[in-house]
Each structure stands twice: as C-alpha cells, then as structure tokens.
Design a protein around this ligand. Sequence first.
Ligand code: NAI
Ligand code: OAA
Length: 339
Amino acid sequence: MLARQALRSLSSHSRLFSSSSARQTKVAVLGAGGGIGQPLSLLLKTDPLVSSLSLYDIRGAPGVAADVSHIDTASEVTGYAADKLDEALDGVKVVVIPAGVPRKPGMTRDDLFNTNASIVRDLAAAVGRVSPEAHILVISNPVNSTVPIVASVLEQAGVFDPRRLFGVTTLDVVRAARFLSGITGASPSETPVTVVGGHSGVTIVPLLSQSAHGKSVTGEPLGQIVHRIQYGGDEVVKAKDGAGSATLSMAYAGAKFTHALLRGLNGEKGVITPTFVKSDLYASQGIDFFSSNVELGVNGVEKIHPVGPISAEEQKLLDAALPELKKNIEKGKAFVAQS
Ligand SMILES: NC(=O)C1=CN([C@@H]2O[C@H](COP(=O)(O)OP(=O)(O)OC[C@H]3O[C@@H](n4cnc5c(N)ncnc54)[C@H](O)[C@@H]3O)[C@@H](O)[C@H]2O)C=CC1
Ligand SMILES: O=C([O-])CC(=O)C(=O)O
C-alpha cells in the first residue's frame, strides 16, 4: 500500500518537476560553488516552485549565480560571498546544505566528520539566527551525524521544530529504483523502492520485499542488489579516483527532494518519500533520528510512516543498521554538547 502510494508520489517525477501551480518559495543553497552545489543550483533554477534562489559559498557563489541567472526561467538568482551569509539567508523558506568536503577512496563517510561537523554546525546556527522558520535539508556527510548536529544547534537556540529538518537520503532511493530497473527490465518509474535507516553502508536498508518488482528478486541477486544500494556511493568514489564523490546524481536527488518538499508546503496531498528525520519509530532503542517514508505537507513533516511489514532478511539488515545509526547520532549530539 505504502509502496504504491510512494510510487504514485514519485513516478509523477519522470520529468523532474511535475507541479508548476501555486505559491512559490525562496530557496537558499549553502555550498553552491561545489560539485553538488553548482548542478543543484542549475536544477533549482528550473524548478517552477522556486521564486528566488540565494546562492552562498565561501568560494565562487557570485560566479555561479551570475551564470545560472541567465537561464530563462522566472526565478531571481543572487550570489553571496563568504562574508554575506546572513544576507543570503534573509527571508528564505528552504535552505539546502551541500557544504563540506567529499570522500576520497578508502574513506568512510564518518571520516568526514572532523571537517564537516563544524561547517554544518556554524551554518545551522546562522539559519537559526536569521531564518529560524526555514526548512533545512542536509546533504553534507555524514548525514547520520550532521542532521542531529543541526537539531542540537537549533535546540540550543530555542528554535528547533522537528517538522522542518530533513536529511536528504533521496540518492539511495534514486539508486535503488535504477538498480532494480536494471535487473527487472521495467522502467525505474515503475520500480520505486523504500529505503529506510540512515545514509551510510549498513545503515542503508532497502525494503525490496515491499516493491512489486523487488519481491521477485531472491537469492544471490537479492544480496547483490542490496549491497549495491548500500555501497553505491563507494562505486562513484572509486570511479572518480580521488576527484570526489557523487555530485551530478546527488544534485538530481537533491532537486527532486526539494521539489517534493515544495509540493507539500504548497498543500499538495500524498507527497510521500523517505527522508532522515527526528522520529519516534526506534526512540525506545535510543535512536531518535531515522529515515522512513514521510508525508510532506504545509508544515514540512506531516506524518512519519512506520517501516511496515518486512522480510526476515530485511529484519537482519535493520538489526545491523540500528547500533551503527545510534553511534552516529550520538556522535553528532556529543559534538554540539562539547562545542
Ligand atoms: N546526502 C547524500 O546523499 C550525499 C552527500 N554528499 C556530501 O555532500 C558534501 C559536498 O560534496 P561536494 O559538493 O562533492 O563537495 P565539494 O568540495 O565539491 O563542494 C563543497 C562546497 O562546500 C563549500 N564550503 C565549505 N565550507 C563551507 C562553509 N562553511 N559555508 C559554505 N560553503 C562551504 C566549498 O567551498 C565547496 O564549494 C560532502 O560532504 C559529500 O560527502 C555527497 C553525495 C551524496
Ligand atoms: O559516497 C559518498 O561519500 C557520497 C554519498 O553520500 C553518496 O554518494 O551516497
């Protein structure tokens, strides 16, 4: 049922942006000069639900903004240099954060913590100060830790609303649909897969048993596709050979999730997609952030859906994911507590 709802919600995106009516929104990209930031800014410039784009980076954002601003869509684009963060955030309703360093071969996402934790902490503090009601979409890795960092910073500032904070796990969903399509021969728009848990290695738990096409995959091919979804990021890191990690597919996924949120904010019903949010689903086990299907609405998170029925194999994957996720979340919280 849920998978079918998610299919309806996401398959309308065979063209990236399905909805052009209704209210438009001012969106900021923090880290707009980077490998993800540039193509993400390009895609957001073509989103009909974006009225104004505010592009910020410590390097290069005014140039990216000048370039993107020539595209013949209605939205306005402004670039902000390193010392103009507060101006960049003024009046924004949605803030997308791809700022921070990417992996090189041999690194885990957690190896990025030492550099990216303070970048994300400081950007979150600025959002809390300047635009406390903005919805924050965190792309910077390690997502399992950077999302709790943002939550803790906003909590300390007294402005945290869990309905407005999202870890972007859409790339896992995009990969899962694409890889399943590759096995079954069906179009990716017909092979959506709910992916739950977090966004790194074993914490990525694809629920193929809930997908009409996915449940036909068993035995060795099942193990292979699960592994490929969990470690798809490593494939790109290896292929780029030191030049970074996924940027183009991530920009696509980031634009897709941003558009889904904008549809929800505009009052569209039934917009459901996995995202890493503050969640009660496993709070009894000390895990208070988790990605599962979330309905997006006028206030952001409208409803967090449970994981639903899963196979014995998927239960094992979930059992392996939870302790790692707990560690990653606690590390993020401890970082802010000690800052
Ligand atoms: N959530 C996900 O599924 C994915 C997350 N990522 C993560 O996204 C992040 C960015 O990756 P790339 O764009 O490839 O890296 P990149 O190095 O190409 O770009 C990062 C940008 O952030 C900027 N930056 C650094 N500190 C900043 C600050 N304090 N304020 C504003 N901007 C700042 C840099 O100047 C640079 O332009 C990495 O942490 C990477 O691991 C990457 C792929 C998928
Ligand atoms: O693998 C990485 O480091 C970047 C990432 O999160 C992904 O591609 O899923």
